[in-house]
Design a protein around this ligand. Structure first.
Ligand SMILES: [Cu+2]
Length: 391
């Protein structure tokens, strides 16, 4: 074969090889971004999509830190965030929490969204417990699964699960052991979880009247999703609290704008698109480059600057502390979300930095929710006053 033909053939093979490798890398990149770094398409991910378990009847959980205000759960091989888990009676399912993104997000199961955090006007809603909570017999909740029906989450650490007969005995298993472990430093959480990690098992008995219930995070409100018994008995219970049967924007927050999706932030877009209104002539980075990162940082700092300028509450300095600390903490969370999304290739980015950022997001979000609850009980939200005009 002439040398030229050989070279051409070799060139074509190389081209084909590069094309195939490129295609594979491209496919891997997209899925990696979707799973680990959040969504790069600048559109919010879908919520409440039907989700079936894997072949071992497991739902493998992760937390996507970029969706919604508090982050939202994802399940391996299911699309979107906060998916609706489809289950059948009489089958034992495991909600697995092995991935490190689950740290500070221990799952619970409740008859209404958010369990002990409360939902709508209710400061607390009944959870799946053994025995069934008395509240389930009231008309406003109406969630009694039936006489003698035992349905409750069985918590497990490193593959060792409690049983329904020693439910939450609080020494070696149960929620009272599970939840505190999720608040330990991340390396200790990983070590205690061992090879099998953490998990929550649930079996809905054949004679149960439960059709729809919820998974939620014991530490953060606002991260719930549906679980539906697809072969529920005909005389099943129905949800009574308004809004529980249609979790949407009111619950999860308005889906993020394109700017927020690009930044990895939540509800910052107006401070970018209408910056003159909120932070006229103020630069929060000197000699700004105008890169995506730079624009994201400018917008979040504009938001914090604007939101922290609250009217003084003369008779309650603690109210002012709470009102200012909320946007201050929100900025720390937003800044960490931007760093997780835009600085992974920066010099010095390693697993310790990743742990630090995850810790800022999870712990400060929890503190924000605590401060918001305090304001609701003892004062009111801050009244923001107009920024000074800089000429
Ligand atoms: Cu959480």
């Amino acid at each position: 074969m002439p040398i030229l033909m050989l070279a051409t053939k070799q060139f074509s093979m190389n081209l084909l090889f590069s094309f195939v490798v490129g295609l594979l890398l491209c496919v891997c990149d997209v899925s990696a971004d979707d799973r680990v770094l959040g969504n790069e398409t600048e559109t919010p991910l879908m919520r409440n999509q039907n989700c079936s378990p894997n072949a071992k009847n497991e739902f493998v959980f992760k937390v996507n830190p970029y969706e919604g205000e508090w982050g939202q759960y994802e399940v391996e091989n299911c699309s979107g965030v906060s998916p609706k888990l489809l289950i059948k009676k009489g089958v034992t399912y495991t909600l697995l929490q092995k991935d490190k993104s689950n740290w500070m997000h221990p799952l619970g199961l409740a008859y209404y969204p958010d369990g002990a955090h409360g939902f709508g006007p209710e400061p607390e809603v009944p959870e799946l417990e053994e025995p069934t909570p008395d509240d389930c017999s009231t008309a406003k909740f109406a969630c009694d699964p039936g006489a003698g029906v035992k349905e409750a989450p069985l918590y497990g650490i490193n593959g060792v699960y409690e049983s329904i007969d020693n439910w939450n005995e609080g020494k070696v298993s149960g929620l009272d052991v599970y939840e505190p472990l999720f608040q330990r430093p991340q390396d200790q959480w990983v070590e205690a979880g061992g090879d099998a990690g953490y998990g929550v098992k649930i079996t809905i008995p054949a004679n149960s009247k439960t059709k729809t219930f919820f998974y939620f995070c014991h530490i953060h409100a606002g991260m719930s999703g549906y679980i539906e018994v697809t072969d529920a008995n005909e005389s099943h219970n129905t949800l009574k609290l308004a809004g529980a049967d249609d979790l949407g924007d009111t619950y999860y927050g308005t889906p993020s704008a394109a700017f927020d999706n690009k930044c990895g932030t939540f509800d910052v877009d107006p401070y970018h698109s209408k910056q003159d209104e909120f932070c006229s002539k103020q630069d929060f980075l000197c000699d700004r480059t105008g890169s995506d990162f730079s624009n994201c940082m400018q917008a979040i700092n504009c938001k914090m600057n604007y939101m922290m300028r609250v009217k003084e509450v003369a008779d309650n300095p603690l109210a002012v502390f709470m009102q200012q600390m909320i946007p201050h903490h929100e900025n720390a969370v937003q800044m960490s979300r931007i760093a997780m999304k835009h600085s992974t290739k920066a010099k010095g980015y390693d697993s310790e930095v990743e742990d630090l950022l995850r810790s800022i997001v999870a712990t400060q979000n929890h503190q924000i929710q605590t401060m918001k609850t305090w304001l609701k009980e003892h004062a009111s939200d801050g009244v923001v006053c107009s920024p000074p005009k800089i000429s």
